[in-house]
Design a protein. Structure first.
Length: 261
């Protein structure tokens, strides 16, 4: 596997810019990709049309073909590289490479492969982790691949994801995922989103605190000076901030500096 750093005018029309024309679910940034485990064009088109007809008109604008028999948390979601930086853009290389770097994407054990208007999207389990890949064309079995790394604001994240993919091919420990969050920060973000839900439903700060921390922790008196009241207010503010900035932008920003709000 080789890596190539892209330089020059990144504003010129590229495959990435063309992929932005894909239908998306507003607010999610996910590209609408067909859900079939077999890369067969006729079955793919029929499956997409069938699932689109089955989708509800009140689904919030979702254009994802989805299996109505599965809950949302069981659906496989494929992300476009320009939306999620850890999705690696690969292409076939005309060079000789050791066998361990030769990949047959159509036959990798446990992998998921989808065809979309912009190319092929794959989720490949290697080294105990799932690696998200995008390919404009599907290489033939056993081909060497080149990995493109655009020089942009997400270069560091892409580089870390590329290194983890290479370590998996080398059968070496992968280390921490690029977008991994500490347990305490992850819990704080979960509480903030739950607090935001309660606030949007019109609940008072006291009611929100009871839902988050339990009624037994809320004092009958002195609520206005209770530390849990201040904590609940901060969580609601953080939740509203997440809503304004969108979770993706906030999480990427959090990697550049510590958030003390």
């Amino acid at each position: 596997m080789q890596c190539q750093v892209l330089t020059g005018d990144l504003r010129k029309p590229t495959a990435a810019s063309r992929r932005q024309k894909l239908p998306t679910w507003p607010g999610s940034g996910c590209a609408g990709i067909a859900t079939t485990k077999r890369p067969i064009g006729g079955y793919l088109a029929m499956n997409v049309q069938k699932q689109r007809r089955a989708s509800s008109g009140g689904s919030g604008g979702s254009r994802f073909p989805a299996d109505p028999q599965k809950t949302f948390d069981k659906q496989t979601v494929f992300w476009a590289p320009e939306v999620l930086p850890t999705v690696l853009a690969l292409r076939a290389a005309n060079c000789v490479t050791p066998e361990k770097y030769q990949l047959d994407f159509a036959n990798l054990p446990g992998s998921e492969l989808r065809r979309a208007p912009d190319g092929w999207h794959a989720i490949v389990p290697l080294g105990g982790a799932k690696h998200r890949l995008w390919l404009s064309k599907l290489p033939t079995g056993g081909s060497a691949v080149v990995l493109d790394l655009p020089l942009d604001a997400s270069f560091e994240l892409r580089l870390q994801a590329a290194r983890r993919f290479w370590l998996a091919l080398e059968h070496r420990p992968l280390g921490t995922p690029p977008l991994a969050l500490p347990a305490l920060k992850r819990r704080r973000l979960i509480l903030a989103l739950r607090a935001l839900d309660g606030w949007q439903e019109g609940n008072s700060y006291r009611q929100i605190a009871q839902g988050l921390f339990g009624s037994h922790r809320i004092a009958d008196r002195g609520w206005k000076t209770d530390d849990l009241r201040s904590r609940t207010i901060r969580l609601v503010k953080l939740g509203r901030r997440l809503l304004r900035l969108r979770c993706r932008a906030f999480l990427q920003k959090g990697r550049r500096r510590n958030d003390s709000s």
